[in-house]
Design a protein around this ligand. Structure first.
Ligand code: NAD
Length: 241
């Protein structure tokens, strides 16, 4: 049997990069329906995917979306909070709008979706929430005060929800993945020189691929991870060794 046979999943930021590969992987593993939420349109067509143009900072859009899904499917088995942005600068040059934008999407967006969807999982007494953090949330990075704060915050919420959503015998697991540097459009703002030095520091000598993150997400989403809760899985090629 495929690992997500019959499951209903929601993936934010599903139109491109890591999110898009997560959506494809879930469909290949038998998901009944994957809702791909994004502010941009997606090219990936499948009878098992519905693209919804939705901004994770817009709570009204989220409420309307979740009500519709609840009516049609009754359950959401998997939530992947993947949407994320960067607005980099040294703190002296980071204006308030850069701080607010990154915190709103990367931190409050995760709060918004989880607050709307976790009650459905709790009612059904099962579910898996996977938050995409970052190596930057674990260890910091020059020029990324806002991003590091948002991704460290995601780890804090993960630990909290691993306790909150398992109360009263509910098996709603919450875990996070902390990717290292992955080959996506997000990395296009990083200079070739910096990418070369990142690769040199990495024992595997290269950037990661979106599929390598999607594989880890699939594991945490599936019943194979039924006893994994409140864990932050670093998928970074050994970058910090
Ligand atoms: P990406 O920029 O290629 O994709 C991010 C997606 O999120 C885009 O499709 C974008 O439209 C969507 N998005 C942005 N704002 C949104 C909003 N307000 N509402 C809904 N969707 C929105 O980035 P990626 O590299 O695929 O990153 C995916 C996740 O992985 C992010 O959370 C990112 O922080 C994290 N991450 C990436 C790397 C990396 O090296 N690429 C490393 C560590 C963590």
């Amino acid at each position: 049997m495929k690992r997500l046979q019959g499951k209903v999943a929601v993936v934010t930021g599903g139109a491109r990069g890591i999110g898009r590969v997560i959506v494809e992987t879930f469909v290949n593993e038998g998901a009944q329906m994957v809702f791909s939420l994004d502010v941009i349109e997606s090219q990936f067509e499948s009878p098992n995917v519905r693209h919804v143009v939705l901004d994770v900072t817009n709570r009204e859009q989220i409420t309307a979306f979740v009500e519709t899904v609840k009516k049609e499917f009754k359950q959401i088995h998997v939530l992947v909070n993947n949407a994320g942005i960067t607005r980099d600068a040294l703190i002296q040059k980071m204006d308030e709008a850069m701080w607010d934008h990154v915190i709103n999407v990367n931190l409050k967006g995760v709060f918004n979706l989880t607050q709307a969807i976790a009650p459905i999982m709790m009612e059904n007494r099962e579910g898996s929430i996977i938050n995409i953090s970052s190596v930057v949330g674990e260890y910091g990075n020059i020029g990324q005060t806002n991003y590091a704060a948002s991704k460290a915050g995601v780890i804090g919420m993960t630990y909290t929800w691993a306790k909150e959503f398992t109360r009263k015998g509910a098996a709603v697991r919450t875990n996070a993945i902390a990717p290292g540097y992955i080959e996506t459009e997000m990395m296009e703002t990083v200079s070739a020189k910096v990418i070369e030095s990142i690769c040199k520091k990495n024992p595997l000598g290269r950037l990661g691929k979106p599929q390598e993150i999607a594989n880890a997400v699939l594991f945490l989403a599936s019943d194979e991870a039924s006893y994994v809760n409140g864990h932050v899985l670093s998928v970074n090629g050994g970058l910090r060794l």
